[in-house]
Design a protein around this ligand. Structure first.
Ligand SMILES: C=C1C[C@]23C[C@H]1CC[C@H]2[C@]1(C)CCC[C@@](C)(C(=O)O)[C@H]1[C@@H]3C(=O)O
Ligand code: AKG
Ligand code: FE2
Length: 374
């Protein structure tokens, strides 16, 4: 079956099945569209688009690896300019095998078209990062995102038993090839993220190794988003406005537009490029850069006719690492902007006390400082 056709059939299913329980996953299956949409409705000021395209730099990493000092300086200057602004750029010749990306994208298409019972074998459990979930309907009651999500986490800091077990038992023999491709993709992304950490360090005038070393034992989240077509795309959002709480995000979007960035007060679309990966800064990196670079404010819109897939890699620090900027980014002119904290403090805040939005790091900092023992 053609992918678009499968998506179309699935979206029909979302609106036609009977709802017979309060199961969070049935919310999207509710045939009563107006009642259904109330839960998915976002305020106008949060979902208006500008119809403009973002003018982000496209960075050729071949120049960085093999290039001269002048070429390297050109790359870091372009990245610095983007990171002082909206915090997003695209990379080409990034070293991640394009066939592997395609293969993972195919698996993801297949996964989101599996029968519900199969998907539910890997259902995300409360409080966990990994697994399959639907519109976050088990966590929030309003402003639900119009999406299905499947996430996996890879740890390299020794806290791995539960996740590894999930990954191995959930996929079993049946999906062995998928498991291996996801794993290889996660490794390739981690490698790329460490290269980007080197460039970010250089662009901030910090030792080239500084951030790379910091994240060497860091963990990775692979998150696959599927946005079904929506009958009322202007009322809802696929992913609401937010800055990623994590450090660095590397996103592959299929050829359907949807990712938008807040730039000069306008939501601008990021043009999909088949050969490129989209890189954006998250709150944890902003804290590590003492706020010199801000995290990228973004969201995803949906549309009436096309399903959309995005494959998102998030880099995060190892659980016990203290997040603080290097000395040369702190001075009497630029005092510390955020307290020392650990990823687990920040992550728990987003999951237990708060909903990720455009001011999460500021709100977390205030909350964290006021909850420290005196
Ligand atoms: C640690 C995480 C929390 C979220 C998933 C990862 C990294 C980004 C976060 C998220 C994607 C930002 C947008 C809102 C969110 C609720 C979502 O739409 O999925 C966020 C994730 C989450 O809290 O589960
Ligand atoms: O789907 C997209 O383009 C954006 C997804 C996103 O922002 C996220 O998963 O954090
Ligand atoms: Fe995001």
């Amino acid at each position: 079956m053609q992918f678009q056709q499968a998506i179309y059939l699935k979206s029909q299913l979302l609106f036609s099945s009977q709802m017979d329980s309060n199961d969070a996953f049935n919310i999207l299956l509710n045939p009563n569209l107006s009642q259904n949409l109330q839960k998915f409705t976002w305020p106008k000021e949060e979902n208006t688009s500008s119809n403009q395209e973002l003018n982000e730099p496209i960075i050729d990493l071949e120049g960085f690896h093999g290039g001269s000092a002048a070429e390297t300086a050109g790359t870091t200057d372009l990245i610095r300019a983007a990171c002082l602004g909206h915090g997003l750029f695209q990379v080409i010749n990034h070293g991640v095998d394009l066939d592997l990306i395609k293969s993972v994208n195919d698996h993801v298409n297949l996964f989101f078209n599996l029968p519900k019972e199969t998907q539910m074998r890997v259902h995300r459990l409360p409080g966990k990062i990994w697994g399959y979930s639907f519109a976050h309907a088990d966590r929030f009651s309003l402003k639900l995102p119009w999406k299905e999500i499947f996430s996996c986490i890879f740890r390299e800091d020794g806290h791995d038993s539960e996740e590894t077990l999930f990954f191995e038992t959930a996929f079993g023999q049946e999906f062995e090839k998928i498991r291996l491709d996801f794993q290889n993709y996660g490794h390739a992304m981690k490698k790329l993220s460490l290269t980007i950490m080197e460039i970010l360090g250089m662009s901030l005038g910090v030792d080239k190794q500084h951030y790379k070393d910091f994240f060497e034992d860091g963990s990775s989240i692979l998150r696959f988003n599927f946005y079904p077509p929506c009958q009322e795309p202007d009322q809802t959002l696929g992913t609401g406005p937010h800055c990623d709480p994590t450090a660095l995000t590397i996103l592959y979007q299929d050829q359907v537009r949807g990712l938008e960035v807040l730039d000069d007060g306008l939501w601008k679309s990021v043009r999909p490029r088949p050969d490129a990966l989209v890189v954006s800064l998250g709150d944890t990196f902003s804290a590590l850069a003492n706020g010199v670079y801000k995290s990228c404010p973004h969201r995803a819109v949906v549309n009436k006719s096309m399903g959309r897939i995005s494959m998102v890699y998030f880099l995060l620090p190892a659980e016990e690492k203290v997040i603080k900027p290097p000395k040369n980014l702190v001075s009497s002119e630029r005092l510390r902007q955020y307290p020392d904290f650990k990823w687990s403090d920040f992550h728990n805040f987003t999951q237990n006390h708060y909903r990720v939005d455009l001011a999460t790091l500021q709100n977390f900092s205030k909350w964290f400082i006021s909850h420290q023992p005196t």
